[in-house]
Design a protein around this ligand. Structure first.
Ligand code: THU
Length: 160
């Protein structure tokens, strides 16, 4: 028997003002996208913004449904749109902003497991890391240098 240790490394910025300018702009677009979320059931609002290699910025927000599982998270709304509209263009960075109507979210809120799996598909496909930045409505911003760093031992198509 041997033990395998898996570690994730995050960089944490105290505020958005510490971010590189392009990432700060991307995060502002994620904040704006959050305002367009349709979340009447959870009252939890999420916005995502993607920077593509061709300089396009794609945004998405969570879209809920009376049939709860039919809704979709912000991150997948954005990344599926990027994949549909620019299938050959690499995705470089993703910014995520999340917050509840019921309380102020001041700490970084990471993407859910299903979204990590979806983002992984694109990172593997493009053979290039996607930087992920996430935060609440205000406060610290966490950065993961790649999706794989957020989802160690991920399931991928090499086993199919
Ligand atoms: N949500 C996202 O948009 N992204 C995540 O990573 C986690 C959760 C949405 C789904 C649902 O509309 C609401 O937040 C509450 O789970």
């Amino acid at each position: 028997m041997k033990e395998i240790k898996v570690a994730s490394i995050l960089e944490v910025y105290d505020t958005v003002h510490e971010l590189p300018e392009d990432v700060n702009k991307l995060m502002q677009m994620a904040h704006e996208a959050r305002k367009r979320a349709y979340a009447p059931y959870s009252s939890f609002f999420v916005g995502a913004a993607l920077l593509l290699e061709n300089k396009e910025i794609i945004t998405g927000s969570n879209q809920e449904n009376a049939s709860y599982p039919s809704g979709l998270c912000a991150e997948r709304t954005a990344i599926y749109y990027a994949g549909a509209k620019f299938p050959k263009t690499r995705i470089l960075k993703m910014a995520i902003s999340a917050g509840s109507k019921n309380k102020v979210s001041q700490k970084p809120i990471p993407p859910c497991g299903a979204c990590r799996q979806a983002i992984a598909e694109y990172e593997i496909k493009q053979k290039f890391p996607i930087e992920i930045y996430f935060m609440g409505e205000t406060g610290k911003v966490a950065k993961s240098a790649s999706l794989e760093n957020l989802l160690p031992f991920l399931f991928d198509n090499s086993v199919l």
